[in-house]
Design a protein around this ligand. Structure first.
Ligand SMILES: C[S@@+](CC[C@H](N)C(=O)[O-])C[C@H]1O[C@@H](n2cnc3c(N)ncnc32)[C@H](O)[C@@H]1O
Length: 341
């Protein structure tokens, strides 16, 4: 029974993790309290340094067994505690990247005794060498002008020119200011653009994403929008209500899109809206729903991969002397051309 799937439980993550079987999660993507004194309606961001680090180690040790052996973990932090927490994680996993999220905060005064901090520090960790990583799903397309500029023969047939470039490890995406259409009533809501990139790259279609600290539910929404499944926790009931609203709004949008495309295959009835729930609310239809989501996501991913492959093959065929495009895959080193972009 996977009655824990596609739910956000309104409860303490440490207690709630017991619901999830070991080895059931493809990706832990989490944004814990940074201990900067913020008010989330609880004391989680206002602990002493010792308490905070002890608590962090506790939830890390409770969460990691839930990961599949080839699973991955992303953790949002700031410079204040990322050194200590990265060391904790490096003792348990392999660190692949430190991603800098440049929040693009405009200059508005700020500190006069140090440099204003405008970035979050995100750690990307993996369990073992054959971790899932789909670079093609998150490549950034080149614009027509750049493609034209790269028309020398050495570039002809280069797959990366057709399908876009590696997003690299500095992600410049504006934070969600008050007027932003995506903004919910949560002080540290993350942009979907960032979370979706992580989900697409590091969780297979139909796979499961775990977020221990859901906040406004961005991870749940991103997983759903990308055809992945989710599970998570949030302590504050007001934020749980926001999560429900955001998931309901997404469901409405999906229904409208379906109505606008009447020829599209009907969504299985079992794909009912997932809800943030208090404690044990098992649904009998959960296994059928989860299987349907997984099937649809796998099909979508296969279509996308085929399209990318077709584009690369077409370009290569136009330039028979160029080297055959390489497949980019987990664990393999980045193709040399990517280093130069
Ligand atoms: C940094 S915020 C997450 C924001 C989220 N990524 C978003 O985009 O909205 C951290 C959240 O963790 C919640 N939290 C703190 N301690 C918790 C616990 N023990 N269990 C579950 N949630 C907790 C807080 O209430 C807060 O909403």
């Amino acid at each position: 029974m996977s009655d824990w799937l596609n739910q956000v439980f309104c409860e303490d993550a440490l207690a709630g993790l017991a619901r999830i079987p070991d080895g059931a999660v493809d990706l832990i993507l989490t944004d814990p309290p940074y201990n900067l004194g913020k008010d989330y309606g609880n004391a989680s961001d206002q602990q002493t340094v010792e308490e905070y680090l002890r608590w962090t180690e506790q939830w890390i040790d409770a969460a990691l067994p839930k990961l599949k052996p080839n699973g991955s973990l992303y953790i949002f932090l700031t410079w204040r505690f990322s050194p200590e927490i990265f060391v904790m994680l490096k003792q348990r996993m392999t660190m692949m990247n430190e991603i800098i999220w440049d929040r693009r905060v405009p200059s508005m005064g700020g500190s006069v005794r140090s440099y204003s901090s405008v970035h979050d520090t995100v750690g990307f960790f993996v369990g073992r060498k054959d971790y899932y990583f789909d670079l093609d799903a998150v490549r950034i397309p080149y614009d027509a002008e750049t493609k034209k500029a790269r028309s020398r023969s050495i570039f002809i047939g280069a797959k990366w020119l057709e399908v876009g470039y590696n997003p690299k490890d500095v992600w410049s995406v504006s934070r969600l200011h008050r007027e932003h259409p995506e903004r919910a009533d949560h002080p540290t809501q993350k942009p979907l653009e960032i979370i979706e990139r992580m989900v697409k790259a590091s969780c297979p279609p139909g796979g499961v994403v775990l977020d221990l600290f859901m906040g406004s539910g961005t991870t749940a929404l991103a997983a759903r929008r990308c055809g992945r499944q989710f599970v998570g926790f949030e302590l504050n009931p007001q934020y749980c209500a926001i999560i429900n609203q955001r998931l309901a709004a997404l469901e409405t949008l999906e229904a409208l899109a379906l109505a606008a495309a009447p020829d599209a295959p009907a969504k299985p009835k079992s794909e009912a809206r997932p809800k943030a729930k208090a404690a044990a609310t098992a649904k009998a239809a959960a296994p059928a729903k989860n299987a349907a989501i997984k099937k649809a996501a796998t099909k979508k991913a296969a279509i996308k991969k085929a399209a990318i492959k077709k584009a690369a093959t077409k370009k290569a065929a136009a330039a028979p002397t160029a080297a055959a495009p390489k497949r980019s895959r987990a664990v393999k080193k980045a193709p040399p051309e990517e280093v130069t972009i």
